[in-house]
Design a protein around this ligand. Structure first.
Ligand SMILES: *Cc1c(COP(=O)(O)O)cnc(C)c1O
Length: 214
């Protein structure tokens, strides 16, 4: 089984060209992560802070750790010293906490705003209106230890390609609206089931788990 992990990564990388692949390693064992590492891959995504910290402490330090799941303010301090990119910022309150903890670690932490693009109520994220509200907030512009790199979104879990396409198109349009003014260069969209649709619609970073560890 381990044998095929490198092959799966290689096949995906050939398909996606310059798009950045984040290997979603949540729930996977250290042995599986070591295998990914040994294939030369250095971008890992996790959605639970405790699991992320445990893996960070055990594995080599040149891994770039991505937080892709909902983040609680009281957990930020555990990841602030080392996290590479937080994909899931969905409030100014959370961002202020990240800024404060980043300052304590003498760092500037890169992040994405997570946008709500799916039809399901269960997926976290901001509306376009809420995003605008944060970007134009004076408190936001006064934060010196966080840097917005762009947006992230998750499509509806459906086989309906038109639905997924329209959600990704809408997210790309929001991204384009702000990219120049706010120096965005990352649009994180696409998972195992829909990364090719995401790339066609302008994704620069995909988050893939099950297709690699199947
Ligand atoms: C689990 C997860 C992924 C990866 O999903 P797969 O279907 O396993 O590729 C991507 N993004 C987020 C936010 C996730 O929680």
């Amino acid at each position: 089984m381990n044998h095929s992990i490198c092959k799966n990564i290689q096949e995906i990388e050939e398909e996606i060209g310059n798009t950045q692949l984040v290997v979603v390693s949540k729930y996977r064992s250290l042995e599986e992560l070591e295998k990914v590492y040994s294939c030369g891959h250095r971008h890992f995504g996790e959605n639970r802070v405790q699991e992320l910290v445990d893996k960070y402490e055990t594995l080599p330090k040149d891994i770039n750790w991505h937080v892709i799941g909902h983040l609680q303010t009281n957990k930020v301090r555990y990841i602030a010293p080392f996290v590479h990119l937080i994909h899931s910022v969905d409030s100014l309150k959370l961002l202020k906490t990240i800024d404060k903890e980043a300052e304590k670690s003498d760092r500037v932490i890169d992040f994405l705003f997570q946008m709500h693009i799916a039809q399901e109520d269960t997926k976290f994220g901001l509306s376009e209106y809420e995003l605008k509200g944060i970007l134009e907030n004076e408190e936001y512009s006064s934060l010196n230890n966080v840097r917005c790199k762009g947006l992230m979104g998750m499509s509806t879990n459906t086989q309906d390609n038109n639905q997924v396409t329209s959600e990704f198109t809408a997210l790309k349009a929001t991204y384009d609206m702000y990219a120049t003014e706010y120096n965005f260069d990352i649009l994180s969209m696409g998972m195992s089931c829909d990364y090719l649709v995401a790339i066609v619609n302008g994704s620069t970073m995909i988050r893939v788990g099950s297709k690699i560890f199947q």
